[in-house]
Write a protein that binds this ligand. Structure first.
Ligand code: SF4
Length: 355
């Protein structure tokens, strides 16, 4: 059987487990107040927490990194200094599920749905509004990729692509594999951490088939703190790595969540032990409704630099910052000093003054 027929035969094999968990999630202030037995401020953004994960948050308690990342806070209603679209997605959106910011690669946004709603999310405003950047038009997306042969990588993002069914994902992969210039496929996902049973046999088959269809295919797990890993998450990650699937991680540096060198070192060491390669550590974006998670570049540099004394080079992720206004990601460390001069060099070598 060839790789394409492998994909065509894929069905969702664990039909109701993670899907049921998803349907039964906490979605309103009333749900939260009943579950956590306390009052929460009314905020303007949506809520969504699967109950199993909510139990985990409850066990860790109100001062925990889980509580701070996923439970609503009155500071989300503050607007001072925050941007609706901090990384300029809308400037680069093509109106066809694609965001084309860098010459060689595109973001593909097949869904606005997530396994949980992270309070710090940089796309929280666009997701809450189901903004135009998520308009679905797959035929146009394929035409765009064919017309722009310099694009060699498609990055599935959203929302969270692993919320889609295996049939749907297999269909997309098959379609992309028919575009000769697409060599690499990447999934960005928080789902293995929040709903680990989503990593089912069907998804493993998809990723295994993708290895035959593309030069490289990989999954980039979004994880911010060691507390997010339990035996189920480890089992899901092991299933991926033992199946020969390339697994990387991305982490967001967040005030009062993981803003200590030791916390980051413990996370990246554990990921490395699980055979996950730490890839990106994002400086927090200036997001409307999430400014309470931000810190200065100088503070971030002071936290990140000592990792070089505690981890092997291959276990240290690239510390990056997205220059507001769609200028793209650049390295955030400055080996000449911690102080921030006020401007950064963008991907075209141009100096951008940050306000
Ligand atoms: S899963 Fe990702 S896209 Fe969804 S809310 Fe969290 S950070 Fe944002």
């Amino acid at each position: 059987m060839g790789p394409l027929s492998l994909l065509k035969g894929i069905k969702s094999k664990k039909i109701m487990s993670w899907q049921n968990e998803f349907k039964d999630a906490l979605k309103t202030n009333e749900d939260l107040e009943k579950f956590f037995d306390q009052k929460f401020s009314k905020i303007t953004y949506p809520l969504f927490i699967p109950r199993n994960f909510a139990k985990k948050i409850l066990d860790f308690g109100p001062d925990s990194p889980l509580w701070k990342q996923f439970l609503p806070h009155e500071n989300e209603n503050l607007s001072v200094g925050g941007l609706y679209d901090p990384i300029g997605d809308r400037l680069h959106a093509k109106g066809n599920q694609l965001i084309h910011r860098y010459d060689n690669r595109v973001l593909f946004t097949p869904t606005t749905v997530c396994p949980i709603i992270c309070r710090y999310c940089f796309r929280k405003n666009e997701l809450a509004d189901k903004a135009e950047i998520f308009n679905q038009n797959f035929l146009e997306a394929k035409n765009y990729l064919r017309a722009n042969p310099e694009i060699n990588e498609v990055i599935f993002t959203g929302g969270d692509p692993l919320i889609l069914s295996n049939e749907k994902l297999a269909g997309f992969i098959q379609e992309f594999s028919e575009i000769e210039t697409i060599k690499y496929i990447r999934f960005h996902s928080r789902t293995p951490i929040i709903l680990p049973s989503r990593i089912d046999e069907g998804f493993i088959e998809i990723m295994t088939s993708a290895k035959l269809l593309f030069k490289r295919s990989m999954i980039m797990i979004h994880i911010n703190h060691l507390a997010e890993i339990d035996e189920y998450v480890e089992a899901a990650i092991n299933l991926l790595t033992e199946s020969g699937i390339e697994v990387f991680s991305q982490t967001v540096l967040l005030k009062d969540v993981n803003d200590q060198t030791e916390i980051l070192a413990a996370l990246f060491t554990h990921l490395a032990d699980l055979k996950v390669t730490p890839y990106y550590l994002h400086h927090p974006d200036q997001t409307l409704g999430a400014m309470h998670f931000t810190m200065s570049l100088e503070e971030g540099r002071r936290i990140v630099q000592p990792l070089h004394n505690q981890l092997p080079g291959w276990a240290i992720p690239q510390y990056v910052i997205d220059i507001p206004g769609g200028e793209g990601k650049v390295l955030a460390l400055n080996s000449e000093g911690f102080e921030f001069s006020g401007s950064l060099i963008n991907r075209h070598g141009k100096k951008i003054l940050l306000k």
